[in-house]
Design a protein around this ligand. Structure first.
Ligand SMILES: NC(=O)c1ccc[n+]([C@@H]2O[C@H](COP(=O)([O-])OP(=O)(O)OC[C@H]3O[C@@H](n4cnc5c(N)ncnc54)[C@H](O)[C@@H]3O)[C@@H](O)[C@H]2O)c1
Length: 441
């Protein structure tokens, strides 16, 4: 039976105001899901340029349409603001701020802590706070709860706290935020019940679990599973290359097994905000408990070594046509970390460019989703502009390195006009002609 609580009534009759903190790749689609479910939403971000852009009806995320934002702003059902005092107006506060690694690869919770302090300043009776950012088990209860409890309100009675990991898959048109089941865990049964009731209005299915620690661990399990499996196929790719077996053909064949096998694919290295980072949140917890997470460390080591392997294959391919890397014109195709998105964070393309540049290559790139290379904190690459994919440009290259297989690319056209290709994504698999100039890496 449902607990009788004023917040439950607000959720049920859709008069609850949903506040989303952090209007990035995760936060903005979440706003979309709650707006579609009929809730009035508020969006909070410390980045004034994002707030100004939303108020002007302009999207800064490729797969979120500006028209949708304009409509939301006009309907006054979405209020973006950088005024954190207005967090008091939201009945439910969903936090989607970054959770990066520090320079020493430890969890950096400064964004989560700063947001929680802002919430604590205005926390009022009956509010529900949910963390969505990926983090290690224990963050919600051990880090956020004490900050919120400093408000003087009783956790789980006067305010409610839960964790529900985001599973956003940018660029995947089959799974928008509202179509992805959501795991929910609370600090106590009432927190869980309220959070679960809220999400079940906006997403296809909720998966309530016994504690917020289980929900936190679930997200890290999902991402570690990907990282480890990708590392395994990356290692097999190197071995199979050496013995003349096509790893892609092997995976396609293995995938026909109807049970017990899920296909993962090799690539130029890991990218994105999640897979290269999140597992190390767990390694940190393990170290605190005097344990090591060997699978995570090993997967990290193999995945991190991939760009070097790809560059060594590029050197081999150039050498085969009598050219040294130094002075060769190398074009990078795709700098987003995966296909059909405009997100370059942690993309292996930057490491590839850095290594190629260090080897004396003359760099250029094309990415229809990223017109100008952003400056990257960790990489020393030039601020190039995307080259138009003309026959002249392709013919002017000594080698084209396919790093991201965007759907917009016409592979027959690309292969026809390019003298030499290194393909890290098996993107050219259907191109029948000129296979001799394609190298897999
Ligand atoms: N991008 C994904 O595909 C994805 C998928 C699942 C989970 N996640 C997780 O979700 C979280 C957010 O990721 P993202 O990709 O949306 O990041 P993002 O960088 O796109 O967005 C985060 C936003 O938070 C804002 N912000 C930072 N500090 C703030 C503060 N104190 N108050 C208010 N706003 C603040 C930033 O300005 C930014 O707009 C991370 O923990 C990430 O690991 C991301």
């Amino acid at each position: 039976m449902k607990t009788n609580h004023p917040l439950m009534d607000l959720i049920d009759n859709k008069t609850a105001v949903v506040g989303v903190v952090g209007l990035g790749y995760v936060g903005l689609p979440l706003v979309q899901a709650f707006m579609a479910a009929g809730y009035r939403t508020m969006g909070f971000d410390v980045d004034d340029t994002k707030v100004a852009s939303l108020l002007a009806g302009k999207s800064y995320i490729e797969h979120i349409a500006s028209e949708w934002i304009t409509d939301c702003i006009h309907s006054q059902k979405f209020v973006p603001t950088s005024d954190m005092a207005r967090l008091a107006e939201a009945d439910a506060i969903l936090i989607c701020v970054p959770t990066p690694l520090s320079a020493s690869r430890d969890p950096d919770l400064t964004f989560v802590e700063a947001t929680t302090r802002e919430v604590a300043k205005v926390l009022r009776r009956g509010q529900l706070v949910v963390l969505e950012s990926t983090t290690y088990p224990g963050t919600t209860r051990d880090v956020m709860l004490p900050i919120l409890a400093d408000s003087g309100l009783k956790p789980g009675e006067e305010f409610f706290l839960a964790y529900s990991p985001e599973r956003e898959d940018p660029g995947n048109h089959d799974y928008s935020a509202s179509r992805i089941p959501k795991v929910v865990g609370g600090i106590n049964p009432l927190s869980l019940e309220l959070a679960n009731a809220l999400y079940s209005q906006a997403v296809v299915q909720t998966v309530p679990v016994s504690t917020c620690e289980v929900a936190e661990a679930c997200k890290i399990l999902e991402n570690t599973y990907r990282s480890v499996n990708i590392a395994m196929v990356n290692e097999l790719k190197v071995l199979f290359d050496r013995i003349g077996i096509d790893v892609w053909e092997v995976i396609e064949a293995a995938k026909t097994k109807p049970f017990g096998f899920q296909a993962f694919y090799p690539g130029p290295g890991l990218g994105g905000h999640c897979i290269p980072i999140d597992p190390f949140y767990l390694s940190w917890v393990a170290r605190k408990h005097e344990m090591s997470t060997r699978f995570i460390e090993l997967a990290g080591e193999i995945n991190t070594s991939m760009p070097r392997y790809v560059v060594s294959r590029t050197v081999e391919a150039l050498n085969n046509v009598g050219k040294p890397l130094r002075g060769s014109r190398v074009g990078i195709l795709g700098v987003a970390y995966k296909k059909d998105i405009d997100d370059p964070r942690e993309s292996p393309s930057f490491k590839l460019m850095e290594l190629l540049q260090a080897g004396g290559a003359i760099l250029s790139y094309n990415d229809p989703h990223i017109p100008v290379l952003p400056s990257m904190r960790h990489y020393d690459v030039p601020r190039l502009a995307s080259e138009p994919l003309t026959p002249q440009y392709l013919a002017s290259l000594d080698c084209l390195l396919i790093a991201t297989d965007h759907s917009a690319y016409d592979w027959d056209f690309i292969v026809r006009h390019t003298p030499l290709i290194v393909d890290t994504r098996n993107a050219t698999r259907h191109v029948a002609a000129s296979r001799g100039k394609i190298w897999r890496a």
